[in-house]
Design a protein around this ligand. Structure first.
Ligand SMILES: [Zn+2]
Length: 175
């Protein structure tokens, strides 16, 4: 059994879900607001097949919620107890979603571009074996294939050293 308490809950997410529920069931806004408070106060205990919800008016009294049925005297599938359970179920589902994937920043390397001239700059993986080449800090308009590049150390790894003793590229290329 999972008992949510006010201290362990992401109150912003729960409030957002309650807001969405009110939008979907405007006629039940009052019930949903009550349900929101109950969920926040830890009145809901989820079980594998339903939930127990403590009465807001009679502490110590618990109603059993299973599917669309609640044992409370209201006898309606739209009672605050069912909304409280639905809110927490939804909350659990959303909370367990993985964080949105943050794409990893491509590695950037010190590089030489062997074209007509040899240019010293940086290169960043752009996919499909191509690289974005940065000359004097600005990316070239088109990506270049790996075959045209000579990669040196990774910029992030060499950055500390570069700050200590000046530009690595300047040293390598004798600029
Ligand atoms: Zn009820």
């Amino acid at each position: 059994m999972i008992r949510h308490t006010a201290s362990s809950i992401n109150t912003n997410l729960l409030a957002e879900l309650a807001g969405r529920a009110i939008e979907a069931y405007p006629a039940s806004a009052a019930s949903i607001r009550k349900a929101h408070t109950m969920a926040l106060n830890g009145a809901v205990t989820l079980t594998h097949d339903g939930a127990f919800v403590e009465s807001a008016t009679t502490p110590g009294v618990h109603y059993r919620v299973q599917g669309k049925v609640c044992t409370c005297p209201a006898h309606t599938p739209l009672c605050c107890h069912r909304f409280a359970v639905a809110l927490l179920r939804k909350y659990q589902a959303e909370e367990s979603l993985p964080e949105a994937d943050v794409p990893a920043r491509p590695k950037r390397y010190y590089a030489w571009l062997n074209g007509k001239d040899v240019l010293a700059g940086e290169a960043e993986e752009a996919g499909d074996g191509n690289y974005t080449f940065y000359f004097q800090g600005r990316p070239l308009a088109t990506t270049v294939p790996f075959a045209m590049l000579t990669l040196l150390g990774e910029v992030t790894l060499a950055e500390t050293q570069r700050r200590l003793d000046g530009s690595y590229i300047d040293k390598v290329c004798g600029r």
